[in-house]
Design a protein around this ligand. Structure first.
Ligand code: HEC
Ligand code: HEC
Length: 463
């Protein structure tokens, strides 16, 4: 969250309220976001940590309709913030009015999921591979390179020719040009940044310290629902067997859950074994962020509970039904839930909803109503005059050498958003700095000549 600033007797909330502007001097703090201590999974790969500039680039890509061949569809068209980054339509419309074969998934806490693969059928092994697939999908965004459609190279040329991408790329990576990898990495950083841990459940767990204890902030009905969610049948509903707390996505070994129809078509689809996290299945008003399941066939949580209450197992029709849902006699699960128990389960699921995710500015549309965006460059201007400072090697990895003329200097290392990382006093000459403790990416070295007041700012890239 942004800080409050005081300007001559007036307190101003420094939110980037000017629609359509990104100020590189004042980026959102994506890299400093934290998860609660009871969240132990994190699928961030070593080579793609979230940086403020990287996630900002990802945010712009996510909302940019230029990512479709006729500039009509963005990721955000099918993943809308007000619906926890899902789409209320069963099937989403692509750039040419064609519809997706499955329902769009909520994008909540993807970074912290137990299942590290993406899509209902888990066909993308990591998020970095997933993010460019919609762009290259012939229905969704259309840069497939087949059947007369342009390839992703023409998208890259289109984006590099804009006014804003070179400036954003320069802060997130080295150089000013986008590439397929950079699009994938930046989008993955943004998607991983979308997190929701301000729910009633989180408050209760933080207080109780243990999922099995009664939560003092829960109603009796919500605690009853929690117990039913956790306990395996016949005592409980066994949801925890697959959608394990506190991430609530899915056991990576789960098979399908008996929902096997195809959206908008006949036939069956037995391949759907992933669920997005059950966090934010409803919005803060309790309205479903559905429809639910890969085929969008269930509209309410009550219908979801009815589905699990009675599942018929027919090995000919659905040989891939998960073992846990086959019941003690292998004829299917019959939970025999009472109306009270069903209502309690629904009440519990509603405690998994947060608030910030629906409105927080760092995940919102950065473009103005006309689809324009301007990027304000870094304000730390180089007023070096004739100060001769060299930094090498650049890019660097472990060590960086600064060559300073004779004199006294204050040298500060800053992140691209201006945050101070380290500062020190230096005399002239060659100075070697260990930089292996810094995160990969761009940083700035600000050299202040303490005799003349002149600054020299050098951008350095670290691998
Ligand atoms: C035309 C609608 C549409 C567009 C545009 C779209 N998506 Fe999706 N998205 C979907 C659908 C539908 C699914 C589920 C598809 C499936 O499983 O087969 C999905 C799934 C995902 C998932 C998997 C989530 C999970 O938990 O497994 C991610 C991540 C995602 N989309 C990100 C993006 C990004 C990033 C973009 C932009 C580059 C994008 N989407 C563009 C409709 C869309
Ligand atoms: C055997 C593993 C398993 C168990 C047990 C299980 N589920 Fe699921 N659940 C899944 C799978 C797999 C999906 C995705 C299925 C699909 O879309 O085809 C899913 C999807 C869902 C969805 C829809 C998510 C969305 O975004 O559309 C909800 C809600 C849900 N489950 C709730 C529950 C509840 C409540 C229980 C306990 C009564 C439960 N599940 C038990 C495996 C399981």
């Amino acid at each position: 969250m942004k800080s409050t600033r005081t300007w001559v007797g007036m307190t101003v909330l420094a939110l980037p309220l000017i629609a359509g502007t990104i100020d590189l001097n004042d980026l959102f703090d994506y890299q400093g976001q934290e998860a609660p201590t009871y969240i132990t999974q994190d699928n961030t790969p070593a080579n793609n940590h979230i940086s403020n500039a990287g996630a900002t680039l990802g945010r712009v890509l996510f909302y940019d309709k230029k990512l479709s061949i006729n500039n009509t569809v963005a990721c955000a068209s099918c993943h809308q913030q007000e619906f926890a980054f899902s789409d209320p339509s069963i099937q989403s419309k692509g750039f040419d009015g064609g519809v997706t074969g499955r329902h769009s998934m909520r994008l909540v806490n993807g970074r912290y999921s137990e299942e590290s693969a993406f899509f209902w059928d888990e066909r993308a092994s990591v998020l970095e591979f997933q993010t460019v697939m919609p762009i290259q999908d012939h229905i969704e965004m259309g840069f497939s390179g087949t059947n007369g459609q342009p390839s992703i190279d023409s998208l890259i040329n289109k984006l590099n020719a804009t006014d804003y991408y070179p400036k954003l790329v320069e802060e997130a990576f080295w150089g000013t040009e986008l590439s397929e990898d950079r699009i994938a990495y930046a989008l993955a950083q943004f998607v991983r940044s979308i997190q929701s841990f301000d729910s009633k459940f989180d408050e209760g767990l933080a207080q109780a310290g243990n999922i099995n204890a009664n939560f003092s902030n829960f109603t009796a009905q919500e605690n009853q629902g929690k117990n039913l969610f956790i306990a395996p049948p016949p005592a409980g509903a066994g949801c925890q067997g697959c959608h394990r707390a506190p991430a609530f996505d899915i056991d990576p070994d789960a098979q399908n859950n008996g929902v096997i129809t195809v959206a908008g078509d006949t036939g069956t689809d037995l391949t759907n074994t992933k669920s997005p996290s059950l966090r934010d299945v409803v919005n803060p008003d309790g309205d479903p962020n559905g429809p639910f399941m890969h085929d969008g066939s269930l509209t309410t949580l009550e219908e979801v509970i009815e589905h699990y209450n009675l599942i018929v197992f027919d090995a000919n029709e659905n040989p891939n039904l998960d073992q846990r849902l086959r019941g003690p006699t292998n004829t299917g699960q019959n939970l025999n839930l009472s109306d009270d128990q069903k209502a309690a389960l629904v009440a519990f699921l509603k405690t998994l909803t947060g608030e910030a995710i629906y409105t927080a500015a760092q995940w919102s549309d950065p473009f103005d109503a006309q689809g324009n965006l301007s990027v304000l460059p870094l304000g730390r201007v180089d007023i070096a005059g004739s100060m001769e400072v060299q930094a090498f090697p650049n890019p660097c990895s472990d060590q960086l050498t600064l060559n300073l003329p004779a004199g006294n200097y204050a040298v500060s290392f800053r992140a691209v958003d201006g945050r101070l990382i380290r500062s020190m006093q230096q005399n002239g000459g060659q100075q070697v700095f260990w930089v292996n403790g810094l995160p990969a990416g761009l940083f700035l070295i600000d050299v202040l000549d303490q005799n003349t007041g002149q600054h020299k700012v050098i951008k350095v890239f670290k691998h």
